[in-house]
Design a protein around this ligand. Structure first.
Ligand code: GTP
Ligand code: MG
Length: 222
């Protein structure tokens, strides 16, 4: 039997998403909960990075995960094996989550005993950038095979993200991907963006990323 629930969530008809998102962010802060919205194109490595992150942090931080997908529960199955509280959200065809949908997901997950909740958003570099989920921080993953031109093509995603994880650096030798160029392009769009080059497969760079995340999660409790 599956260790997680699956919830069908509908697009909210609530127009004022920004207001709703701000309300959720404040509620999370008051309750000392940190919600990380993890975004990327399909296959950039959200689930693999999450597995590494859970492995590093689960002994010191209580983690819960919401897996959002149009359909399927492949990722929820993978994540639930780590033993962290997991829920699958089906968006019914929608390519993003808004604040109301996120809030509904959190209610179903049950966050009373959690410090960090990670939302693995639907794989897409466009729609999730347009809808504030109410998360404490937004993190995006760009993987090396996708190319260093992505800030030029999908600037909003880089603008709304607090963190950029450059994943699959173990493949750098096979691709024409310029690290210096990607830093320049991302920082031009968002001077405050934190950048961590990682390989979710080899584990390279994961320590710096999880140290940053842990500090942020503990900070919200102060
Ligand atoms: N070489 C290499 N492959 C990776 C790395 N991280 C992930 N992958 C591979 O990339 C593929 C996609 O990884 P996922 O973690 O499923 O990506 P995702 O972003 O969760 O995908 P969706 O949920 O479908 O959007 C898998 O075959 C992973 O093994 C990495 O650091 N290096
Ligand atoms: Mg995934």
């Amino acid at each position: 039997m599956n260790q997680f629930k699956t919830i069908e969530i509908k697009e909210s008809i609530y127009k004022n998403n920004d207001m709703e998102a701000e309300k959720l962010r404040n509620k999370l802060k008051v309750n000392n909960k940190f919600l990380l919205n993890l975004m990327s194109s399909p296959g950039a490595g959200k689930t693999t990075t999450l597995l590494r992150t859970i492995e590093k942090l689960k002994n010191s931080i209580k983690i819960g995960v919401m897996e959002a997908d149009i359909d399927s529960d492949v990722d929820a199955k993978t994540i639930s094996k780590t033993g962290v509280k997991t829920i699958q959200l089906h968006t019914g065809g929608m390519c993003h989550l808004d604040a109301k949908m996120t809030s509904e997901g959190l209610d179903n997950l049950g966050i009373l005993n959690l410090d960090l909740i990670v939302l693995e958003n639907v794989g897409n570099l466009v729609c999730p950038a347009e809808f504030d989920t109410g998360a404490t921080k937004n993190a995006m993953i760009l993987s090396v095979p996708e190319g260093d031109d992505k800030p030029l093509k999908y600037p909003l995603m880089f603008k709304v993200s607090d963190v950029l994880l450059i994943n699959k650096i173990d493949t750098l030798e096979f691709f024409d991907f310029d690290m210096e160029v990607i830093y320049k392009r991302a920082k031009k769009l968002n001077p405050n963006i934190k950048i961590f080059p990682i390989s979710a497969c080899s584990g390279e760079g994961i320590e710096a990323w999880t140290n940053w995340l842990k500090t942020e999660v503990l900070e919200i409790k102060r």
